[in-house]
Every structure is written in structure tokens, then in C-alpha cells.
Design a protein around this ligand. Structure first.
Ligand SMILES: [Zn+2]
Length: 173
């Protein structure tokens, strides 16, 4: 009977030493090798870490892009005006028109018809009250076309129609 030491078949020392390999050359190298002797690749920084850094960079870029596009979206939304915006702008423009003298009140949103035309134009139909020189209360229908260029409002068209005149001293104050 021959006795073969178990150790001869399990070169543990060598296996434990050869633990890393060059990802490019796929050759086994002793643990702690900093640079691959074949391709000179730096092995000190694990590939997994580089991959992780790349993913992190990608995520940061994505976040940056999302924030940037969010800002663009906010800009676009700023151009989208609400019906109260349209009404307020129209009332200011109508009140400032030389055709309109001393308006005392405007029709509310529910009493006004807003029609969104192409892009940034609205047709606004409502009324305003005013007083004649004699002091009578007068209600006037207005039909305005207003335009918003993203910053300022313009009165494109204004038509007025007097519908009701109360005698002086009576009616609305
Ligand atoms: Zn290599």
C-alpha cells in the first residue's frame, strides 16, 4: 500500500493565489496584480466599480435631462392661459379702449363667452356697465378678439352694442 498525501492533489496555496484575471486577456493573475502584464490594463480598480460609476453618471445625466425638459415644459405651460386670465386681460383691454367710457363693471366669467381660436387668440363676448353723461346706467355688449403673444395681450378687434339704458336716477349704481 502506498500512501499519497492528500495535499498533493489539492494545491490550495496556488488556487488561493490565482484569484483575479484580466478582463481583456482573460488570463489568470496573482491576487494584488495592479497592471496586466499582457495588455497593461489597470487592474487596481475593479471593473465592477467602473461599471457602477458609469451607471451613476448615466443616472445623473438622465436626472439632469429630466429637470431640463421639466423646465421647458413649465415654459410651455406658462403660455397656456386659463379662462380667468383671458377674461381679466380682455377686461383691461376693453376698459382701456377709446370706444369705452368709464365702465363701472364687467360681466363675470359665467356671464361671458370665451371662445379659443387658433393658437393664442380668443373671442370674448360679454358686457360691461357704464354711465351715460346724463347719469343713466347703460349696459353694453362687447365682442372682442384678443391675442396673447406669450408676454402681452393685444386687442385685435372690438365691437360694441348698447342694449339697455336705464333712465337717470334709477337702475344699477
Ligand atoms: Zn490583459
Amino acid at each position: 500500500m502506498s500512501y499519497v498525501p492528500r495535499r498533493a492533489f489539492e494545491p490550495r496555496d496556488r488556487i488561493e493565489k490565482v484569484v483575479i484575471s484580466c478582463p481583456t486577456c482573460e488570463i489568470a493573475l496573482p491576487n494584488g496584480t495592479r497592471r496586466c502584464p499582457m495588455c497593461q490594463r489597470n487592474l487596481a480598480v475593479p471593473v465592477r466599480l467602473i461599471g457602477g460609476a458609469a451607471v451613476l453618471l448615466l443616472v445623473l445625466l438622465l436626472f439632469g435631462f429630466l429637470r431640463y425638459s421639466g423646465r421647458i415644459k413649465n415654459k410651455v405651460d406658462a403660455l397656456a392661459v386659463t379662462p380667468p386670465d383671458v377674461l381679466a386681460a380682455t377686461q383691461t383691454l376693453v376698459a382701456g379702449s377709446p370706444m369705452v367710457k368709464n365702465p363701472t363693471g364687467f360681466s363675470s366669467l359665467s356671464q361671458t363667452s370665451l371662445e379659443h381660436w387658433d393658437g393664442r387668440r380668443w373671442r370674448v363676448s360679454g358686457y360691461f356697465d357704464s354711465r351715460t353723461e346724463a347719469g343713466a346706467a347703460m349696459r353694453t355688449l362687447y365682442f372682442a378678439v384678443v391675442q396673447y403673444n406669450g408676454r402681452t395681450w393685444d386687442l385685435e378687434d372690438l365691437q360694441l352694442q348698447n342694449v339697455e339704458v336705464s333712465p337717470a336716477g334709477t337702475g344699477r349704481k
